[in-house]
Design a protein around this ligand. Structure first.
Ligand SMILES: Nc1ncnc2c1ncn2[C@@H]1O[C@H](COP(=O)(O)OP(=O)(O)OP(=O)(O)O)[C@@H](O)[C@H]1O
Ligand SMILES: [Mg+2]
Length: 333
């Protein structure tokens, strides 16, 4: 195994200058040994330098576990990962010095000022006191936090704290910035501000890996996405390609005033099919690539068997419908 690992390091890490992250068979089982519940199953992933890459999934999908293994905080059960040219298990110090991590929880030192939270991080990475202070002040300026430099970390709002954490993660000019749910629990305005900050970092060339359970965030920010569900990688591509190749379709949902079973036969014969139909009590859900006129058919065919439509909704192809197509269930973060 040692020989294989050394060989991999020789073959992949130093030669491939376009790759920021590469994983092969990365796997995590937290408890119960190798047969216990799997938090992440055999992940093969490549993130390019300069890319804005997203890990998208619902609660418990395995996003933080993935970030944890890539940032040396979680030990993989199996597999191998290189980050910024260094293998995470063999050279955690090499990886740590080249990455910035903003974790899901607020990890600012509450007893320190905002400025010192940043400056101390710079000192930790070997910067002189004056260089660390200068860089910290620059970052606070850049993130519109200059007036908070002397505030204590616990005096910040949720959105401000996130911005300070991002600034702190950038102190030593990391090659890869990891952001675990950076906008979770912040208000809509703070979310917009964070999107702008993160987007600008990427425009300036920063490689970013972000986890999110917000579909709109994934679609707005990320160039490529890995969709993870229950520890499995379901899709990895641009948001557009995921929608196209997952066969994401328009979803039409109607709720009749009684069990929809009697209308099923007629609905299956609606032109443009075969349509993918699921009936759950009074609710009928149809996935189709030819949605025009379908709603009218559902009204008429329902009427023909004595059913009245109570509610109707049409959802065009989106990451939401792609997820539904990939998993067979609604996306509920
Ligand atoms: N330290 C741990 N010990 C045991 N199980 C864990 C641990 N951390 C995570 N898990 C389990 O691993 C699975 C994946 O969790 P993970 O935190 O990676 O999900 P996530 O996608 O980040 O979810 P969230 O959106 O809630 O942050 C879950 O089933 C979780 O309960
Ligand atoms: Mg998480």
């Amino acid at each position: 195994m040692k020989t294989d690992l050394a060989l991999h390091q020789q073959l992949v890490a130093p030669t491939d200058t376009a790759t920021a992250i590469h994983t092969e068979g990365l796997r995590k089982v937290y408890q119960g040994g190798k047969d216990g519940p799997v938090a992440l199953e055999c992940l093969d992933l490549t993130v390019n330098k300069g890319e804005f890459f997203g890990l998208l999934g619902t609660n418990g999908a395995g996003k933080s576990t993935t970030i944890g293994m890539l940032t040396t905080l979680v030990t993989p059960t199996a597999g191998i990962a290189w980050v910024a040219g260094h293998e995470v298990s063999a050279d955690p110090v090499g990886v740590k010095s080249r990455i910035g991590v903003v974790s899901q929880a607020n990890t600012l030192d509450r007893a320190l000022t905002v400025l010192d939270n940043l400056a101390f991080r710079g000192r930790y990475f070997g910067m002189s006191a004056s260089a660390a202070r200068r860089r910290a002040l620059d970052l606070l300026e850049q993130f519109d936090l200059a007036d908070k430099a002397s505030a204590k970390a616990h005096q910040l709002s949720g959105g401000q704290a996130r911005r300070v954490m991002i600034g702190r993660a950038l102190m030593h000019l990391p090659e890869v910035l990891f952001l675990d749910e950076p906008t979770a629990g912040v208000d809509p305005q703070a979310r917009e501000d964070l999107w702008q900050i993160i987007g600008n970092l990427h425009k300036a060339g920063q490689t970013v890996v972000l986890t999110t359970h917000y579909l709109d965030e994934a679609e707005t920010l990320c160039q490529r996405l890995a969709v993870i569900d229950h520890g499995h990688l379901l899709a990895c591509d641009t948001p557009e390609a995921i929608k196209a190749t997952s066969g994401a379709q328009t979803v039409i949902t109607v709720r009749y005033d009684a069990d929809a079973g009697p209308v099923e036969g007629a609905v299956r014969r609606i032109p443009g099919g075969p349509h993918d139909i699921v009936i759950d009590g009074p609710t009928l859900r149809m996935r189709t690539t030819r949605p025009d006129g379908v709603l009218g058919h559902l009204l008429r065919e329902g009427g023909a068997v004595g059913l009245t439509v109570r509610d109707a909704a049409t959802t065009p192809p989106s990451l939401q419908t792609a997820f539904l197509t990939l998993t067979g269930r609604d996306y509920q973060p």
